[in-house]
Design a protein around this ligand. Structure first.
Ligand code: ATP
Ligand code: MN
Ligand code: MN
Length: 383
């Protein structure tokens, strides 16, 4: 660039799926704050408000520079009045009073602690909060009725809230690969979710499984689960059958964002990595007493959440795109498809309403092309 030239204003597209959003960006001091407000809105089941804050945060993540003044936000899309007010306060005072009081509030902290239990959603957490519960530890003396998922969630609370490292994800990849290959040779296993986007840490590890021969993947999950269970690798699992074919409301229009693939939400028993076992200060061993299950020091394994999904080969590209995230990126893709293209996108298919037909795709690139979008690689879908 020539000297004395002013930085051209960033031309920011308004849908997150039109932009590149790297994992590491320059404005965490603002996006963390906005995401607290987004999460708080989720806790009160105000989805519109939550998405508005998430969209604002996402725009700031895509900026190639630090925001230093309100002038830097000129011409940026998606920044509502409320978000701008919060940003202004942080730029001027270093913190936002609304964000800080939310963060400190008993309700926010309790809702966070309770929804951090695997199997506990906002509805349940809110009911418990109104009954006076404040943390997972309160669940035991009050004798709350817990389903199997929640029982596992309480039992492994500490482990499941200790971030999964990339190294651990790789070890689990090897295990899943071995299991799948043993029960269906020729199957293809893809790491999806946050780790595919380049994250160093995750709340779980996500996998998508398929086989080039259409139909060979049917009823595969119970076989995989059996194999894993026989090896003593599963602490919990819930397998759901594929309901795509049986559904009456049309393939590309599932009732919610939930897809209909054969899936398994599980908790793996992961032998601890050599380097982590003997360190007394390891985060795995510290803080155990605060957990709901006491485990003797020197335990050689830990619990890790793993999601397994099986897709037919013909839907694999859609499933890969749908399970790579981020959640906001996915939401924006579907909104773009519907509002700008008259199409309906799911993790199964892409339907073109004008042409009244399904558009096939063998790769994510083809799906972006069908949608009239520039291809965005996984590492830049961290919206
Ligand atoms: P984290 O590190 O927190 O796990 P993540 O991006 O991997 O981050 P996940 O909750 O594991 O988050 O979700 C991964 C992807 O799978 C997201 O894109 C999400 O849209 C998709 N997904 C998760 N649950 C479902 C579901 N029940 N039905 C359809 N898609 C889902
Ligand atoms: Mn994940
Ligand atoms: Mn997941």
């Amino acid at each position: 660039p020539k000297p004395f030239e002013t930085t051209p204003a960033v031309k920011m597209k308004s849908y997150a799926c039109q932009r590149r959003t790297p994992l590491k960006h320059h404005n965490s001091f603002l996006t963390d704050a906005l995401e607290i407000l987004a999460q708080n809105a989720e806790f009160s089941e105000n989805e519109g408000r939550s998405v508005a804050f998430r969209r604002s945060a996402s725009v700031l993540k895509a900026l190639p520079h630090v925001v230093r003044s309100m002038g830097d936000l000129k011409d940026l899309p998606c920044l509502g009045e409320h978000s701008l007010r919060v940003i202004k306060e942080i730029l001027e005072d270093g913190t936002s009073s609304e964000v800080e009081s939310t963060r400190q509030s008993e309700q926010f902290q309790a809702m966070k602690a309770l929804t951090d239990v695997f199997g506990v959603g906002v509805r349940t957490a809110d009911r418990w909060f109104r009954e006076g519960l404040r943390s997972p530890l309160d669940l035991i003396p009050t004798g709350q009725k817990l389903n199997h998922a929640q029982q596992a969630g309480v039992k492994y609370y500490n482990d499941l809230n200790t971030p999964v490292t990339k190294k651990e994800a790789m070890v689990i990849s090897d295990i899943v690969e071995k299991a799948v290959k043993a029960v269906l040779p020729g199957a293809i296993i893809t790491l999806t979710g946050g780790f595919r986007r380049g994250k160093e840490l995750g709340h779980d590890v996500d996998f998508l499984i398929t086989h080039p021969e259409e139909g060979a993947e049917e009823r595969l999950m119970p076989k995989i689960v059996n194999w894993l269970d026989n090896q003593g690798l599963l602490l919990y699992q819930k397998t759901t059958r594929n309901s795509y074919l049986e559904s009456k409301d049309g393939p590309a229009r599932p009732a919610s964002n939930m897809d209909r693939f054969e899936r398994c939400f599980s908790i793996f028993k992961l032998e601890q990595l050599e380097s982590d076992t003997h360190t007394e200060t390891s985060s795995y061993n510290s803080g155990r007493a605060a957990g709901t299950e006491e485990r003797h020091a020197g335990s050689t394994w830990r619990a890790v959440r793993v999601d397994l999904v099986v897709s037919p080969y013909s839907q694999f590209a859609f499933a890969t795109l749908g399970w790579t995230g981020s959640k906001l990126f996915e939401r924006e893709l579907r909104r773009w498809a519907g509002q700008e293209k008259g199409m309906s996108l799911s993790s199964h298919a892409l339907y073109d309403s004008k042409q009244q037909r399904y558009l096939r795709a063998n790769s994510e690139e083809e799906i972006f092309a069908h949608l009239g979008l520039e291809y965005i690689p996984p590492s830049e879908r961290n919206a």
